[in-house]
Design a protein around this ligand. Structure first.
Ligand SMILES: Nc1nc2c(ncn2[C@@H]2O[C@H](COP(=O)(O)OP(=O)(O)OP(=O)(O)O)[C@@H](O)[C@H]2O)c(=O)[nH]1
Length: 370
């Protein structure tokens, strides 16, 4: 079978996996920075207003609420007292509460604003919807946003029904309309993004499936071919050699004939596990097809690989793979030379495997370099 060689594909064992908690730690740091900044800007704003001799009971209440809330959240995040999700929801609730309170004060108790008009605080309302879509899931964020919109509508409705100032009534109505359009836009954007994520996941799954052997979950023939292509490219460029071990289970037909295919399948899975245990992290073990396996050993010479193959034969033969079934393997070893293509390398490993079978099985043989 022609080899599917993709020299650009990195070997599965050489990939750097992302640190599982790195993203969460980064998020925590960002949250702590935001709470600190929010607290500092509140103190600054209050100081500037005090220096300017501006007093507003409503703003003072907002400042006090901010001065208490942000350190509390800072402590909760830094001490890991609450899950981040709960903290995010509390922030959303807090922002909504502040905006709702300002709306009530502006509409029904305008004098409480003092010399400050609370109207600009309305500008924070769209931010709440954006925040809801950032912190909540696609569907819940729509429900939360609709709930917040309904709350603001209920607050402003009595005001709009009493013949209010036309300018401010117009402003309030426009605000609700902009909110509705913003929520719709955010919803469509997040559903589009979600569809993209699902498509990406499906593509990732398909890529994994196309490189994985269904029975043993090992890299399949296609993946092994890619890895060998990658190692050949490395050998050509940097001169870093590698070796192959081809493995074949001895008399596997007898196992199937005597105990049935399901037992044969279990033996294949057990062999995959046992062989994997005997390898280094950088080595790639894959199923080449049927009862044949291949190991790619980066940076290994012929002698190293042959030693490894002998050890592997002994490791498999030491104890039954499944039940009381004694199973042995034979190995053929070849290491890369400058004259090699993937085909010639596999061919030599296969020839060495044939020799091992000829010499009585449960053994390893190496092929002379090309
Ligand atoms: N259970 C099971 N058997 C498989 C699978 N793939 C291949 N086989 C069997 O593996 C056996 C291979 O037999 P042969 O090629 O004759 O070799 P062997 O009996 O192992 O003999 P030697 O290789 O000469 O030691 C056949 O019986 C195949 O049916 C599989 O996925 N599951």
């Amino acid at each position: 079978m022609p080899l599917n060689i993709d020299a650009a594909a990195p070997p599965p064992n050489g990939e750097r996996r992302p640190e599982p908690y790195a993203g969460r730690e980064h998020k925590r740091v960002v949250m702590l920075a935001i709470f600190s900044l929010a607290w500092i800007s509140t103190v600054l704003a209050w100081t500037l207003m005090a220096l300017g001799g501006i007093s507003s009971p409503a703003l003072r209440d907002v400042f006090v609420a901010n001065l208490v809330f942000h350190p509390l959240m800072f402590a909760a995040v830094s001490g890991r007292m609450l899950p981040e999700r709960v903290v995010e929801m509390m922030c959303l609730l807090f922002a909504t509460g502040i905006c709702a309170a300002c709306m009530v004060l502006r509409l029904y108790f305008p004098s409480y604003g003092g010399r400050i008009d609370l109207e600009p605080l309305y500008l924070w309302i769209p931010v709440i919807y954006v925040f809801a879509f950032i912190v909540a899931g696609h569907k819940s964020s729509l429900r939360i946003s609709l709930g917040i919109m309904a709350l603001f509508l209920v607050i402003s409705l009595p005001y709009l029904l009493q013949s209010p100032s036309p300018r401010f009534a117009n402003f309030t109505i426009q605000l609700h309309m902009v909110s509705a359009v913003l929520v719709a836009a955010l919803y469509f954007f997040s559903s589009y993004q979600q569809r993209l994520q699902v498509a990406q996941l499906t593509m990732d799954e398909l890529a994994t499936l196309s490189h994985t052997d269904e029975l043993t979950r090992l890299p399949n023939r296609r993946r092994i071919s890619q890895v060998v292509g990658y190692e050949l490219a490395r050998f050509e460029r940097y001169g870093s050699g590698f070796a192959l071990i081809m493995i074949d289970i001895d008399h596997f037909k007898d196992v199937n004939d005597r105990f049935g295919h399901p037992v044969g399948d279990r033996a294949l899975k057990a062999l995959a596990l046992r062989a994997r245990q005997a390898l280094r992290d950088g080595d790639t073990l894959g199923r080449w097809g049927g009862e044949e396996f291949v190991i790619v050993l980066p940076e290994a010479g012929l002698d190293d690989a042959l030693r490894k193959a002998h050890a592997l034969c002994a490791h498999v033969a030491r104890a039954p793979l499944i039940d009381d079934l004694p199973i042995t393997i034979s190995c053929g070893v070849a290491s890369v030379t400058p004259a090699d293509t993937a085909e010639s390398l596999f061919h030599r490993a296969d020839a060495a495997l044939y020799t091992a079978k000829q010499h009585g099985r449960n053994r390893a043989e190496s092929a002379a370099p090309a």
